[in-house]
Design a protein around this ligand. Structure first.
Ligand code: 6PG
Length: 485
């Protein structure tokens, strides 16, 4: 046995991860169902480090030093389950199986339990950063036991992205904690992407700017508070010209957003936990709506009416100074809405930690998201500062830095939402985030009326503002109130 780590599944992500491991001094056993892939990896990249190619799973496991540590990078679902079992059959107590795909955290909890019962360690590990991240340094979110982290920690630290001198990996918590946190990361990713898309739409349809001009706006934004990977790649996409037609690339791509399901899990889980993640929810629905092709076509046929000057902010579009001011408003709206999306995502993690018994270090999570992952952004430093301060604040929106930032942005935010609504441009995440902020701020909400309605039609009872207890009004009789025991 010679390899300190093994990788099973050598498609794009697995191959990149293996190369990253080998480049950082690890001896990497590699196995793929079809040996040809293994051979290709070795012939093309064998010189990058020490690889131990295996033709069979037995050979693969046999080449690992103890405790044997194998990272699975195969398709989610059945292929993952099959591989876990096949590996577990060949491994011995104390060995470690790592699932580095995007698995649903509840599946990870179940798998961890089953594998633990066999004396092995099972680590569900979130890996973010795509293929390039896997090769050059991803952000990683491993769950599993403390004991498995002893072995796995140094290996993962050797290949992680580095942000301000720190590797972007930390032991998140037991069983499914890593995959849970990766799921929330993806939910925030959805919200952030949709917010950027809404900003683009406002500048394109509202102000009539060209993709090229908008790309420059994003480049400019990247220099300030919004500095982030997603803003950078947005400029790149908008700058790109389609080779076949010479048109802007953005105009030849079908406007139907795909998704593999992690955003949906984030929202489902939030609903179960009772945490309002309205920004992420609207982002998932926006992707879904974009892909309801027949319904959208039918709406075109039916010619659903809109406002008089649809899609255009005539005044701001014509006047350069106003245009500039509106672009600044959009930037502020994006910043404020993004803070709301993070605040909601972090609330989901806080609640998940309580329900699933994890000790999540939210400051550390923000720190490992500063590099390597898709949502890497400058402002994560501020989030880690907020959580590291040790203050109990319930929502990021109460942290002094973010409170001030949102208060400073809110006039712009309101103008943007109002203009979008007047022009008939949908801004679901901008507007729902603002509604969340306003609801949170409101001393009284119309929920009192909901309670009245529920009590009237279903005797669902209500609480009073002036007296403890549970009450019901006899609506169909003399409308007197009864206090329930
Ligand atoms: C990451 C990404 C990645 C995700 C893709 C596709 O952190 O590297 O989140 O894990 O699979 O971005 O996700 P959708 O197909 O759902 O957009």
């Amino acid at each position: 046995a010679v390899a300190n780590i093994g990788v099973v599944g050598l498609a794009a992500m697995g191959a990149s991860l293996s190369r990253n491991l080998a480049r950082h001094g690890n001896t990497v056993a590699v196995f793929n169902r079809h040996y040809l892939r293994t051979q290709t990896l070795i012939s093309e990249h064998g010189s990058e480090g020490k690889f131990v190619p295996a033709q069979t799973l037995e050979e693969f496991v046999g080449s690992l030093t103890k405790p044997r540590t194998a990272i699975i990078m195969v398709k989610a679902g059945e292929p993952t389950d099959e591989m876990i079992n096949a590996l577990a059959d060949l491994m011995e107590p104390g060995d470690i199986i790592v699932d580095a795909g995007n698995a649903y955290f509840k599946d990870t909890i179940k798998r961890e339990k089953a594998i633990r019962a066999r004396g092995l360690h099972y680590v569900g590990c979130g890996v973010s950063g795509g293929e390039e991240g896997a090769l050059l340094g991803p952000s990683m979110m491993p769950g599993g036991t403390d004991e498995s982290w002893q072995t796995l920690g140094p290996i993962l630290k050797s290949i992680a992205a580095v942000a301000e001198g720190e590797p972007c990996v930390t032991h998140i918590g037991s069983d499914g904690a890593g995959h849970f946190v990766k799921m929330v990361h993806n939910g925030i990713e959805y919200a952030d992407m949709q917010l950027i898309a809404e900003s683009y739409d406002l500048m394109r349809r509202g102000l009539g700017l060209t993709p090229e001009e908008i790309a420059e706006v994003f480049e400019d934004w990247d220099k300030g508070d919004l500095n982030s990977y997603l803003v950078q790649i947005t400029s790149e996409v908008l700058h790109h010209t389609d080779a076949k037609t010479g048109k802007p690339f953005i105009d030849i791509v079908k406007d139907q957003a795909g998704m593999k399901g992690t955003g949906t899990w984030t929202v489902q889980t939030a609903l179960e936990l009772g945490v309002p993640v309205t920004g992420i929810g609207e982002a998932v629905f926006a992707r879904g709506l974009s892909s309801t092709v027949e319904l959208r076509q039918e709406a075109q046929v039916k010619g659903l009416g809109g406002p008089k000057v649809e899609g255009a902010f005539s005044a701001s579009a014509a006047d350069p100074a106003e245009r500039k001011a509106f672009i600044e408003d959009v930037r502020q709206a994006l910043y404020a809405s993004k803070i709301v999306a993070y605040a909601q995502g972090f609330n989901e993690m806080e609640e998940g930690a309580k329900v699933y018994n994890w000790k999540l270090d939210l400051g550390a999570i923000a720190r490992i998201w500063r590099g390597g992952c898709i949502i890497r952004a400058k402002f994560l430093n501020r989030i880690s500062d907020a959580y590291d301060s040790g203050e109990q604040f319930g929502s990021l929106l109460f942290d002094p830095f973010f409170k001030k930032a949102v208060e400073g942005a809110q006039d712009s935010w309101r103008r943007v939402v109002a203009s979008a609504v007047a022009a008939g441009i949908p801004v679901p995440v901008f507007s729902s985030s603002l509604a969340y902020y306003d609801a949170l701020r409101s001393k009284r909400l119309p929920a009192a009326l909901i309670q009245g309605q529920r009590d009237l039609f279903g005797a669902h009872t209500y609480g009073r503002v002036d007296e403890p207890g549970i009450f019901h009004t006899l609506w169909a009789a003399d409308k007197s109130e009864v206090k329930q025991d």
